[in-house]
Ligand binder design. Sequence first.
Ligand SMILES: Cc1ncc(COP(=O)(O)O)c(C=O)c1O
Length: 480
Amino acid sequence: MNIDQKPLAVNPNILEMEYAVRGPIPQRAAELEKQGRAIIPCHIGNPQALGQTPITYLRQVLALVEEPSKISRERQLKALFEENPYSDLREEDFISEEILALSEDILAKSVTGMGAYTASKGHFFIREAIADFINQRDGYESSTGICADPENIFLTSGASQGVKFVIDLLIAKENDGIMIPIPQYPLYSASIKKAGGVQVNYYPDEERGWIFNRQILEEAFLSAKKDKVNVKGIVVINPGNPTGAVLDEQSMIDVIEFAQEHQLMIIADEVYQENIYQGKFLSFAKVLGTGRVPLISLHSISKGFFGECGHRGGYLELRNPPKIEDSSLDFADLLNKQASVSLCSSTPGQVLTYLMVKPPTENSNSYKRYIEEKNKILDDLHEKAVMVREAFSEMDGMECFGETGALYLFPRINGLPEGTIDFDYCMALLEKTGLCTVNGSGFGQREGTHHLRIAFLPPKELLAQVLPEWIKFHNQYVSK
Ligand SMILES: Cc1ncc(COP(=O)(O)O)c(C=O)c1O
């Protein structure tokens, strides 16, 4: 008997949720690829998918902790080599003793090995190492009393998981809102939608390099208040995605003072902290100092020069945990509860996070190679960003504001033909050149403006090939 299945009622928030980074343009790109077209995937910050090589230090340790028998095997092979001076092998062909010892140390400290669940927050020794990293990065010592606390650090399967934990906790009622910058990385709009809350937009000043000030924040807050929205937190992405812009210190001070006055939690997404090509990263924790505003900071192994997106690792740090209404628990307890439901974050992600915050020291013999690989990746990224920015200057009406940071450029496309929008432009660009970008509307933008986001990740030779085609396409498209 063939009984028709009754349509299933599902969570309407998930039905309505959108995520442009994997939306219609990348979907069309996948179709074209199946038909044999060469596609250049610049729609997503996925460095290793575009040929970035993993950092040797990270992968050697990861391989050894995953397969510990290789540690003694490596030592045996090295001993054989030393006994046999006629072999073709060289010292560098072996994994260094330092890496072997580090891998043993990780295995000893993690006790249960890679295949077991860890504590919900992640291994304690890794959380301690993260706290040291933060204190060193921000120049704090334990005597100042504003140090990171390992108990308020949570290892996560990528920063995305941390963001979801926090947003799910903050949205308690349907008029609860979270302020997000426009344009924004759609993880935020999607997570707010899924949690059933209200997205409250604020608009960084594009022409001033996407920085903002108190007035911009107050306007957004006031307008939400008029709509009876109860704003609970503010998200800041620095360096930005999709804009790539790097925030100035004054904007950060403004956010902190604003959050203090309106009793908001700051969610500082700092996953691109290594992707600053001129100047030095300044963290929200550092600018906050002894301030009492609740602050969540997020970091990840996916970006920087690691690009280990697929391994899913990162951490969330909480400062000044707020008390909870009608409960003796605090925010950290509830994050722990959330983490417990997921059991624990991925163990390879935890190990890679450990190595991210504990790079080889200057006197170690892995240092030279590590620094060479790091600098090569970051220098290449910067060069590629410059190549793309230079191409914009040959495109009629294309404007790109702000310093270059993160992995993206977000130019404004002026002068699109009547009746067309940035989505049409990106789709036509894909069809014509194989270059897959994301339309600005996927991230949000001021009404009447049009943008696109490009991840400057493809190899330089490929960029050198496609950029002239893009310039040609662009100048023809906008002259229609
Ligand atoms: C601003 C921002 N935050 C968070 C994430 C998520 O990173 P993860 O891979 O660590 O989940 C991304 C990924 O692109 C991002 O751009």
